[in-house]
Design a protein around this ligand. Structure first.
Ligand code: UDP
Length: 275
């Protein structure tokens, strides 16, 4: 894999420092801005017919990797892990290795769809409920006219059912967006990417639900105030357990408090209670 130094034009600050990745809780985050990532990685990968696996991870996701070693291995097998959360960016700053900005998965997905429609790349949409998947594909076609849809399928299938992956492989997609929820989608990609000759693969969580209009994205002001997690919690109160993991992540990266957390058996690398 190449090491990209993003130092041209107005992208001088696209990569901070001379390191390619920044480690947060055993996960190597790719040290890039959104624009640099698209321009220097995704677009060339598409043009060259490369195969790549992109993970977008937020604090909750990282805690999940700590508590599930198998999942951690899956994430560590990805080509690029992006910092999809201000919590990750803030933690990197506190560790003295700042990342340039948050690179949100849904925005990467939108930019890829835009690029695909302009350059004739085909996209497979895998995941979400049948209604949401269908509507997301319809809306994508309206938003980006001419978008080539390699195929689509809802996300409620048995992972052991080979016919689904056969269908995706046969459609020869340039981009595969997988919306099966955290863990399931990354595992699906890691298990199946070897069957494809080319393709940019990315887990996109609840993004099809936003594209279909089934779910609302937080208004910009909430995002700017770093409160997107609270907005999602208000929309879906059942996420409370997941939000607790965001607090755990924050405490584990707060000076002074992190030592207290360790005394209570919380670790940044080992499953809870095993430090
Ligand atoms: N989903 C799916 N198959 C499943 C479980 C979930 O396709 O077996 C979809 C679900 O319909 C939703 C997305 O995966 O569209 C997960 O959304 P969530 O907000 O939970 O994403 P996460 O935060 O886990 O990435």
């Amino acid at each position: 894999m190449n090491v990209y130094m993003f130092t041209e034009g107005n992208e001088v600050n696209a990569m901070s420092g001379n390191y390619r990745t920044v480690k947060v809780m055993d996960i190597d985050f790719f040290n890039t801005s959104m624009n640099a990532f698209l321009k220097h990685i995704v677009y060339p990968d598409l043009a060259n017919g490369n195969r790549s696996f992109i993970v977008t991870a937020n604090p909750e996701f990282v805690i999940e990797t700590r508590d599930h070693p198998e999942f951690k291995k899956v994430v560590q097998s990805a080509d690029y892990v992006l910092a999809d959360g201000v919590g990750i960016v803030n933690a990197a700053v506190l560790m003295g290795h700042p990342l340039p900005e948050r690179v949100s998965g849904i925005d990467v997905m939108y930019r890829m769809l835009d690029h695909a429609s302009k350059n004739g790349y085909s996209v497979f949409f895998l995941g979400a409920s049948e209604d949401s998947n269908k509507k997301a594909v319809e809306n994508a076609g309206k938003e980006w006219p001419g978008l080539k849809v390699a195929g689509r399928h809802d996300g409620y299938f048995d992972p052991a059912d080979e016919s689904i992956v056969d269908m995706v492989v046969d459609s020869k997609p340039d981009i595969v967006l997988v919306a099966l929820g955290m863990q399931r989608q990354e595992k699906w990609i890691a298990d199946n990417i070897g069957r494809f000759d080319k393709g940019v693969f990315m887990g996109v969580g609840g993004s099809f639900d936003v594209l279909s209009g089934k779910a609302q994205r937080a208004p910009k002001i909430w995002i700017r105030l770093q409160l997107e997690w609270l907005y999602r919690l208000i929309q879906e109160p059942r996420r409370i357990k997941r939000v607790m993991r965001v607090f755990e992540f924050m405490l584990l990266h707060t000076p002074v408090l992190k030592h207290l957390m360790r005394m209570f058996g919380y670790s940044t690398t080992k499953p809870r209670g095993k430090s």
